[in-house]
Design a protein around this ligand. Structure first.
Ligand code: GLY
Length: 273
């Protein structure tokens, strides 16, 4: 399946589930002094989460152009050293504004990955915020994911916020096990490890708070859902490619550079260091 077909399936799935399609916003966030570049799909919906704005819909789907090269969620230091980090990427997201919450968000994600994309269930893992028993139970009881494939992780991995201030909440991440060849070979390698084995594909954020300048977590008037899945990572799985660079999103550009420079592309990460 090529990247165009994957994008289309994503929109179709969520539109069939009553989500309104919203175009990617600009990479320069409009009227938001807290961000230099758009770093997530939820940026353009910030005021909806904060109940400062109302629209004609309470469910949305988008694929947002993002830059993570500075500030919060800065991936710059990983780029070039892993098979999965990029400075510019497309983030696939579904959103709920005072509409559905954890149960639907988890079930939608699972159905899309396993029924629409046919990813192998036995290779999928989930993590939840360590205090979030409700999400744990949904993964375990409603989805049927066994205990040994659900990890409880701390704030660094499973609490998401768009910037130093603003909407935030605990999150649940979905990983796919790419196998030993991608791993660090440590016996404790597991979801949350920095190596390429357990590839995080989708982050489901349960919006509950508005982080204040002094760090206080002020509860939002109503809860919401903000999800983010890296299109490039998903393509590397579905197209069975070793890294995001080998997907159809990059190879035509790389091939052209090869042709113009007459230098062959060498994808081995060992050669970068
Ligand atoms: N807003 C969710 C994420 O960026 O992971």
């Amino acid at each position: 399946m090529n990247s165009f077909e994957i994008r289309k399936k994503f929109f179709d799935f969520f539109e069939q589930n009553n989500h309104t399609y919203v175009k990617s916003s600009s990479l320069i966030p409009a009227q938001d002094p807290t961000l230099l570049f758009t770093n997530a799909g939820m940026n353009q919906f910030k005021d909806l989460f904060l109940s400062k704005e109302k629209r004609s819909y309470t469910r949305a789907v988008s694929i947002q152009k993002c830059i993570r090269a500075g500030g919060k969620h800065n991936d710059l230091e990983n780029v070039g050293f892993t098979k999965r980090h990029l400075t510019f990427f497309e983030m696939m997201g579904n959103f709920s504004f005072s509409d559905y919450f954890k149960n639907e968000a988890i079930n939608y994600a699972w159905d899309f990955l396993t029924k629409w994309l046919n990813l192998p269930k036995e290779k999928l893992y989930a993590s939840v915020y360590h205090k979030d028993d409700e999400s744990y139970e949904i993964w375990n009881k409603s989805i049927g994911l066994p205990d040994n494939r659900i990890y409880r992780l701390g704030e660094a991995d499973n609490f998401w916020q768009m910037g130093d201030t603003g909407p935030c909440g605990p999150c649940s991440e979905i990983y796919i096990d790419r196998g030993n060849n991608f791993g660090c070979q440590e016996s404790k390698c597991a979801p949350g490890c920095n190596c390429d084995r357990f590839l995080e594909i989708w982050n489901l954020v349960f919006m509950q708070y508005d982080r204040q300048v002094d760090g206080e977590l002020k509860p939002l008037k109503s809860t919401g859902v903000d999800t983010g899945m890296g299109l490039e990572r998903l393509c590397s799985i579905i197209q069975n490619k070793d890294s995001v660079y080998e997907t159809d999103l990059f190879m035509p550009i790389i091939n052209k550079i090869e042709e113009l420079t007459r230098i062959e592309y060498n994808n081995s990460l060992d050669n970068i260091k």
